[in-house]
Design a protein around this ligand. Sequence first.
Ligand code: GAL
Length: 352
Amino acid sequence: MITQSTFGEMPDGTVIEQFCLTNNQGVSLEILSLGGIIRRWLIPHNAKPPTDIVLGFDSVQAYLSDDSYLGALVGRYANRIAEGKLCLESKNYQLDINQGDNCLHGGSQGFNNKVWQSTVLSRDENPAIALQLESPDGDQGFPGALSTKVIYTLTESNRLKIEYFATSKRTTVFNPTNHSYFNLSGHNSGSVNNQHIQVVASYYTPTDAHAIPTGELIKVEGTPFDFRKLSTIEQALTSAHPQIQYGNGLDHNLCIDSYDPQSQEAKYAAKATSENTDISLKVYTTMPGIQVFTANHFDHKKGKQDSLYHAHQGLCFETQFYPDSPNQPQFPSATLKAGEAFYSVTEYEVLF
Ligand code: GAL
């Protein structure tokens, strides 16, 4: 089932729609046409109120004035491009610089801040909506007029399937993701430290102090990034490893072992689980990397229903090309050639 209502308005009066997708299992998701934001994700419990497993805000103003990308679609290039420098087909481009010296999440007016054109695709079983956006040539410095579409489908097997499509008139780079902050004990339940995660990744991409990859792939073995077996988030957060000290927690790209550039089938990559609620989340993707981020800079952020979000209160599993891949030729390439069709899919499955 899908219900539709108005969430609010942009400063210029553009209406922001809110879609509530509910499947026959009683899982329910609220998605905004602003940034494709996943605002609520409700998991039913017998006899208890549902658990809302994503962090979010209650107003348009809160979303527009915050820079944490809560629940949003991110593009054109998720994560960082060093100094906003891009060279494609021997031409240099300067991208918008919006964090330190770098371009983060597609620049200051990225996909998360845009109102997408929305269409309901399926109302009954497996409710689905499509969101479309035209990003003009030169948007945030990126070359090529880009048409993009994202389809959100809530399946009857409790998966949120997120499919990304794009074509560009000129050769460009494209690296979309969703930036949901999960807390499987509930969005207002405190830190995720005691929750367990697994990431099927044998290598990670270490960074400098500004979160730009050094270019190496380092084995996770013997480091706090070894999540090949289910382990608590806390054991990584309390590590004295310099990479953890840089960002006050986890904010790193792990290289997914099952990545197959030829395949369009989402493969198992990661899991998180809460012993408090017995809710688990599994991540399947076609993308090569996953940014594991633990909301390290949150400090009394005012969230939904008067809750306050603190450091380490959310966990992001951002499926992506590796950060700064346009400047690291040894990383899988995010180049989208003129006229070619981009497709990727990430599925978040909830078990409860
Ligand atoms: C993450 C990024 C973090 C931080 C966050 C947004 O994807 O890795 O460093 O910028 O987005 O607040």
